[in-house]
Design a binder for this molecule. Sequence first.
Ligand SMILES: NC(=O)c1ccc[n+]([C@@H]2O[C@H](COP(=O)([O-])OP(=O)(O)OC[C@H]3O[C@@H](n4cnc5c(N)ncnc54)[C@H](O)[C@@H]3O)[C@@H](O)[C@H]2O)c1
Ligand SMILES: [Zn+2]
Length: 383
Amino acid sequence: MMTAPLKHSDVTVVDVALGERTYDIVIGRDVLQSLGARVASLRPGVRTAIVTDRTVAKYWLEKTEASLNEAGIASSRIVVDEGEGSKTYACLEKVSEALISAKIERNDLVIALGGGVVGDLAGFAAAILRRGVDFVQVPTSLLAQVDSSVGGKTGINSPQGKNLLGAFHQPVLVIADTAVLDTLSPRQFRAGYAEVAKYGALGDEAFFSWLEANHADLFKGGAAREHAIATSCRAKAAIVSRDERETGERALLNLGHTFGHALEAATGFSDRLFHGEGVAVGMVLAAEFSASLGMIAPSDAARLKRHLADVGLPTHLQDIAGFAQEGLADADALMNLMAQDKKVRRGRLTFILLEAIGRAVIAKDVEPARVRDFLKAKLAGKN
Ligand SMILES: NC(=O)c1ccc[n+]([C@@H]2O[C@H](COP(=O)([O-])OP(=O)(O)OC[C@H]3O[C@@H](n4cnc5c(N)ncnc54)[C@H](O)[C@@H]3O)[C@@H](O)[C@H]2O)c1
Ligand SMILES: [Zn+2]
């Protein structure tokens, strides 16, 4: 097991190995200051446009612009409303037109400064602008630093479903400044932490134990934060470089997400349940469902639940606000929502199940009846 260094290490660079699309994720406290110099050495003389949201702009836009300015990099700003509501056709149009007005051309760069919403939106706008302009991710939420900025998925939502429009478009550089997370709300930080714990649960028991011992320092912004983010990025980068287009192994990253997405949909993708919170409840359900199939020891499922509860994440259906009132307490309604998940093929459910903490498996062809029985028992408080 690795122990956290006692002081902040300078900078950690995680390499995402994708042939000619290989890029670096630069992780560390205050690395945002180095953005301009890094962009200047990557693309001398480049013009940039920073896409961000209002909240992130308030805290971090000036620092970002100052860094670019000091390195002699021209930049313009495009500010959208914060929140999932910006992943729409209308907002994509607004950003795309602003990029054209800002004269961002084929060799220029779009800079996505924000959480997963801005990363997905700006990344997609870059992917389609002039048939593809490169972009840099400056992820500012924990979720974006460990998940959405790694792997190249970009996109927006359709009125008919989340992330239904998009493209694979890898960034050319990712700058993950861990100090930027200090302005994130504690609840958003916790939600992002669910994805950090996910990497331990799905493939790295030693990391999971390390998180059990070091999560407090990570939440406080100590050196454990850098280590956890770097370990998470490495885990995702390794999987993505082996399976960029999700034909196999990349699906493991969906641990907790089939249940989680159904819960998010049931709560209308609202503030009542953040994505990471849905993933936390979803991971516990996946572990308990695995235990009901005899795949994982019940004590391991309980260990996962305990850790998520320790950091203050919801772990139980009943933890979700308005749970009883809105059809959430109905196994068939949840089954219907799961059937709409885009990972479903012809009625059969693919689930990521656990054999142990640190060992997830892809289970295709899970019989819906078994899931329904499990959920019914769960909702009746029988397990
Ligand atoms: N592309 C992928 O692979 C991938 C993976 C996971 C999630 N996603 C997408 O990511 C989105 C969720 O990302 P998110 O949780 O980062 O949401 P988000 O981008 O909406 O950010 C959450 C909130 O935190 C605020 N915020 C962000 N950084 C801040 C900071 N440093 N200080 C203060 N406030 C800050 C934002 O303004 C927003 O209100 C979803 O749309 C999801 O579909 C994409
Ligand atoms: Zn997720």
